[in-house]
Design a binder for this molecule. Structure first.
Ligand code: ZN
Ligand code: ZN
Length: 255
């Protein structure tokens, strides 16, 4: 199942400025929260009632009146999915799950990392709830269908053991790929974060084998920084792109 003209709201959350993407099927209202790591009330206020600060970027309606005029049904959260378990991406998932009683999807290789979300955040002086336990394992190569939205799961270890990229299958335009901290515009994820199993060789292999074969027009939503496309990064990324050569970089710029 693929979606037409998905509505994506991007929220840049918390002190680490992590991108949370809220993806909605305009035909059904079915909505998935990807990486609900921080500022849960801000997300809830906007998703449920178009109130509060709202997203930092959106290709959809920016008020209830606009949604009504475009005949978009009220949004209904059908799942929470995480690209990986670093606390900036997962810390407030338990808060969201209290408000939206849905299943939470995570790759099992990040289960241990997830147990550390609260203590890792405390080192940054941030208070997070007791970590949640994922309900459903993401599996490489599988298509996860939640409500009327389908994502292909691409397991891309290297930044963390269980890191995944989520490819939203789109009917009438380029696919949207939510890549977490695997790939950034002009950079790649760090490989030196404690307890994460980071490894640049593994990360580069993941990107070369799972992301570069995708349609070059695919839109890329990284966990930090600007959006980009697969084709642009493959051509220009100084760490893993075609021009990178054999390089010996071991880390990128972001967490
Ligand atoms: Zn990360
Ligand atoms: Zn991050």
């Amino acid at each position: 199942m693929s979606v037409q003209s998905p509505w994506v709201d991007c929220f840049i959350l918390g002190p680490i400025q992590m991108r949370c993407s809220v993806v909605t099927d305009r035909a059904t209202g079915d909505t998935v929260i990807i990486d609900g790591g921080d500022e849960p009330q801000r997300l809830i206020d906007w998703i449920d009632g178009f109130s509060g600060q709202g997203p930092d970027w959106s290709n959809g309606p920016i008020s209830k009146d606009q949604a009504d005029s475009q005949v978009i049904p009220a949004r209904r959260i059908v799942a929470l999915i995480n690209t990986h378990a670093h606390f900036d991406h997962s810390g407030h998932v338990p808060t969201l799950l209290q408000h939206y009683p849905v299943k939470w999807y995570l790759h099992p290789d990040d289960t241990f990392l997830q147990t550390l979300a609260r203590s890792s955040a405390q080192r940054y002086g941030l208070e997070m709830p007791e970590p949640a336990v994922a309900d459903i394992d993401l599996v490489d190569g599988e298509i996860v269908t939640v409500g009327s939205l389908s994502f292909e799961i691409l397991h891309t270890p290297g930044h963390s053991l269980g890191g995944c990229c989520l490819r939203l299958l789109v009917d009438d335009g380029p696919d949207h790929v939510f890549v977490g901290d695997t790939l950034f515009a002009g950079s790649v994820g760090r490989t030196d974060i404690a307890n994460s199993g980071g490894d640049f060789t593994v990360l580069a292999h993941s990107i070369h084998t799972k992301l570069w074969p995708l349609d070059p027009a695919s839109l890329v939503y990284p966990g930090h920084g600007d959006t980009t496309t697969i084709g642009h990064e493959k051509a220009t990324n100084p760490f893993v792109g075609d021009a990178a050569g054999a390089g010996s970089f071991t880390r990128g710029r972001f967490s």
